[in-house]
Design a protein around this ligand. Structure first.
Ligand SMILES: Cc1cc2nc3c(=O)[nH]c(=O)nc-3n(C[C@H](O)[C@H](O)[C@H](O)COP(=O)(O)OP(=O)(O)OC[C@H]3O[C@@H](n4cnc5c(N)ncnc54)[C@H](O)[C@@H]3O)c2cc1C
Length: 312
């Protein structure tokens, strides 16, 4: 109920306008967001890189309805890739970019979005970098995967995210493994109905393990698949580490991914043990829906926020 309410509010444009205008709210958002500008985000990325942690940069924004805005967002991503390439500490895949297809025009049309995403992926390929495609609400799952598969025919420098809370994901993994895809496996951050997604956390966690086992299987590895294990869940991370050790899975087949500002202890610990760790670093002025999704994940975050507001 709490989660559903916050996720509902995350889509409210009026609240978004009000929250983003409040200095206190902007300050609080900094727990999960690296800043509002590209230089701030690049500085955060460089700081993580210096600690041996890789980065994927997300220029916040989603559900763009105006084609001009989608073109502008595409141009901005191309500029981000160029700026990354100019920084010796970040160049190559030490700092990739993560995009949301609704930011690149998916609400206008599939072809328009494909054209924009292709421009970003092609520039990334030229610079020796990668593009990660986030997964949004279930309305977009099918179209996101179709677009990924179309681009995968032309490029290899892209990764797509799938969500363990959706029943359909096991079926979606099969063709991804067949093409040797690089897949980010997360639990899923949106409000989905019980006919599409496991309603209980225990079921989502069990499905996460099942899907990760498939992604790390010998068959998947032989096909060239790669698993980005995107979770902060200690039990799942420990289970993954056990599976990796038991099956002697080499490190070129997987990496751990976490969100900026969450479980820094694990980020550091895994990196210190020599595992590849990549942190998803969001930045920009459109932080409201992302911030609300992070609050929805954990009631303690919301209580913390209320305490800060009361004491301000
Ligand atoms: C790199 C990365 C990329 C992602 N990309 C997507 C995407 O494209 N699409 C999508 O739908 N979702 C995405 N997510 C979000 C994901 O779906 C989950 O909503 C989120 O990761 C919380 O789930 P969890 O796996 O950490 O497990 P949980 O069981 O929710 O949490 C496990 C533990 O992690 C910590 N934790 C988790 N969330 C928070 C939080 N908000 N604040 C503080 N501590 C927290 C707590 O200690 C908690 O006990 C991504 C997550 C990561 C790490």
């Amino acid at each position: 109920m709490f989660r559903a309410t916050l996720l509902y509010l995350s889509r409210n444009r009026t609240l978004q306008r009000q929250a983003t205008g409040l200095p206190l709210a902007r300050r609080l958002s900094r727990r999960f967001v690296a800043g509002e500008t590209l230089p701030e985000a690049l500085a955060a990325a460089e700081a993580l890189n210096r600690r041996g942690i890789l980065v994927t940069l997300d220029h916040l924004g989603e559900n763009v309805t105006n084609p001009e805005e989608a073109r502008r967002a595409t141009g901005e991503y191309i500029e981000i890739l160029r700026q990354i390439a100019q920084r010796p500490g970040l160049a190559g895949t030490r700092c990739t970019i993560s995009v949301k297809l609704t930011q690149l025009g998916l609400d206008t049309s599939d072809e328009f979005c494909l054209e924009n995403t292709r421009a970003a992926v092609s520039e990334a390929a030229r610079l020796g970098n990668w593009v990660e495609i986030d997964m949004e609400g279930s309305l977009y799952t099918e179209r996101t995967l179709n677009l990924y598969h179309r681009l995968r025919l032309e490029f290899t420098n892209l990764r797509v995210c799938v969500q363990a809370y959706l029943y359909r994901t096991q079926g979606d993994l099969r063709p991804l493994i067949e093409v040797g895809a690089s897949v980010r496996l997360c639990k899923g951050a949106y409000d989905e109905p019980p006919n599409l997604a496991f309603p209980k956390k225990a079921e989502v966690d069990a499905n996460y393990r099942r899907l990760l086992a498939l992604l790390l299987s010998e068959e998947a590895r032989k096909a060239g698949a790669f698993a980005a294990i995107a979770t902060h869940d200690e039990r799942i991370i420990n289970w993954a580490l056990g599976t990796i050790a038991e099956q002697r899975i080499e490190r070129q087949h997987f990496e751990f991914q976490m969100l900026y500002g969450i479980r820094r202890d694990w980020q550091e610990q895994l990196a210190a043990q020599g595992y590849t760790v990549r942190v998803y670093v969001p930045y920009g002025q459109e932080w409201y829906p992302y911030f609300m999704r992070r609050l929805a994940e954990r009631p303690a975050n919301f209580l913390f926020l209320l305490r800060q507001i009361v004491s301000a």
